[in-house]
Design a binder for this molecule. Structure first.
Ligand code: 13P
Length: 256
C-alpha cells in the first residue's frame, strides 16, 4: 500500500523569520486535523533554513526534505550540499531533477540518476521530478520525454532502492503559471509512468511507488486532482508558501 505525500517546495523563498513563521503556522493549522497513518507531509525549505524549520516541527507529523543535493559524499565542490549533510539535519526526503534544476542549472537525466543513487545510499527518499515542456506536449512528445526521464533516473537502481523513491509528474508548462494540467492529463501521465516503472521492475513494485502531481496545485484544485486514480499526492510550489493553502491541500489529501 503506497503512501500519500504532500510536499511543499519552498524554492528560493522565505528568510529566517518568515521560514519560522510559515512552519509554525502549518504546524498550528494541522494540529486539529485527523491525518491518518498513510500520509506523509514534507516541507522542503531552502538549505540554510532546514535546521530552523526542523526545530519548529520536531516531534510532530511533518517531515523535512531538501530541494536538491549533490551526488558526491564530500570534497571540493564549492557551494554544494551532500546527502550525508542532509541526513545529519534530519531530512527524510530530497527532491531530485526538478525542472528548474534541469533547465537553469544544466542537470542532465544522468545527473538525476547519480543523485537518486546517492540519496538512497544515505537513506534519503528521492522525489524524482519528470515532465515535458509545452512545446514537447504540443508535438505529442509527452510520453517519449517522460519515459526517457523515468528510465534514466532509475537506471541501475535496484528494486529495494526504487521502493524508497517517489516520482513527481510536473509538466513544466504548469509550474508557477497558474495553469494546472487537467485531471485527465494528469491521470494519463501518472498511468503511463506507472506502466514504465512496471516494465523496469514489476507491476507490484509500480503499485508501491507514490506518483505525485506538481504544477499550480492549490487549495481550490487539490481535491479534484487528488481524487484521480493513480495520483498519490502533490509537490506544491507557490501555494506551499501560504500556510492556510498548504493546510487545505493536506486536508484534501487526508480526507480522500
Ligand atoms: P507551483 O506549485 O508554484 O506551480 O510549483 C510547482 C513545483 O515546481 C513544485 O516543485
Amino acid at each position: 500500500m503506497r503512501n500519500t505525500i504532500i510536499a511543499g517546495n519552498w524554492k528560493m523563498n522565505t528568510n529566517r523569520s518568515s521560514s519560522i513563521a510559515l512552519a509554525d503556522a502549518i504546524v498550528d493549522g494541522l494540529r486539529a486535523e485527523h491525518l491518518g497513518d498513510n500520509l506523509d507531509i514534507v516541507l522542503c525549505p531552502p538549505f540554510v533554513f532546514i535546521p530552523l524549520v526542523g526545530e519548529r516541527i520536531r516531534g510532530g507529523r511533518i517531515r523535512l526534505g531538501a530541494q536538491t543535493m549533490n551526488n558526491e559524499p564530500s570534497g571540493a565542490f564549492t557551494g554544494e550540499v551532500s546527502g550525508e549533510m542532509l541526513r545529519s539535519v534530519d531530512c527524510a526526503y530530497v527532491i531530485v531533477g526538478h525542472s528548474e534544476r534541469r533547465t537553469m542549472f544544466a542537470e542532465s537525466d544522468l545527473d538525476v540518476c547519480y543523485r537518486v543513487n546517492a540519496a538512497q545510499e544515505v537513506g534519503l527518499s528521492p522525489i524524482i521530478c519528470v515532465g515535458e515542456t509545452i512545446v514537447e506536449r504540443e508535438k505529442g512528445l509527452m510520453r517519449e520525454v517522460v519515459e526517457r526521464q523515468v528510465r534514466t533516473a532509475l537506471d541501475g537502481i535496484l528494486e529495494f532502492a526504487a521502493r524508497t523513491c517517489a516520482i513527481a509528474y510536473e509538466p513544466i508548462w504548469a509550474i508557477g503559471t497558474g495553469e494546472n494540467a487537467t485531471p485527465e492529463q494528469i491521470e494519463e501521465a501518472h498511468g503511463f509512468i506507472r506502466e514504465i516503472i512496471g516494465q523496469i521492475y514489476t507491476p507490484e513494485v509500480a503499485e508501491d511507488i507514490p506518483i505525485l502531481y506538481g504544477g499550480s496545485m492549490n487549495a481550490g484544485n487539490a481535491a479534484s486532482i487528488l481524487a484521480r486514480p493513480g495520483v498519490d499526492g502533490g509537490l506544491i510550489g507557490g501555494a506551499s508558501l501560504d500556510a492556510a493553502s498548504f493546510v487545505s491541500i493536506v486536508r484534501a489529501a487526508a480526507s480522500r
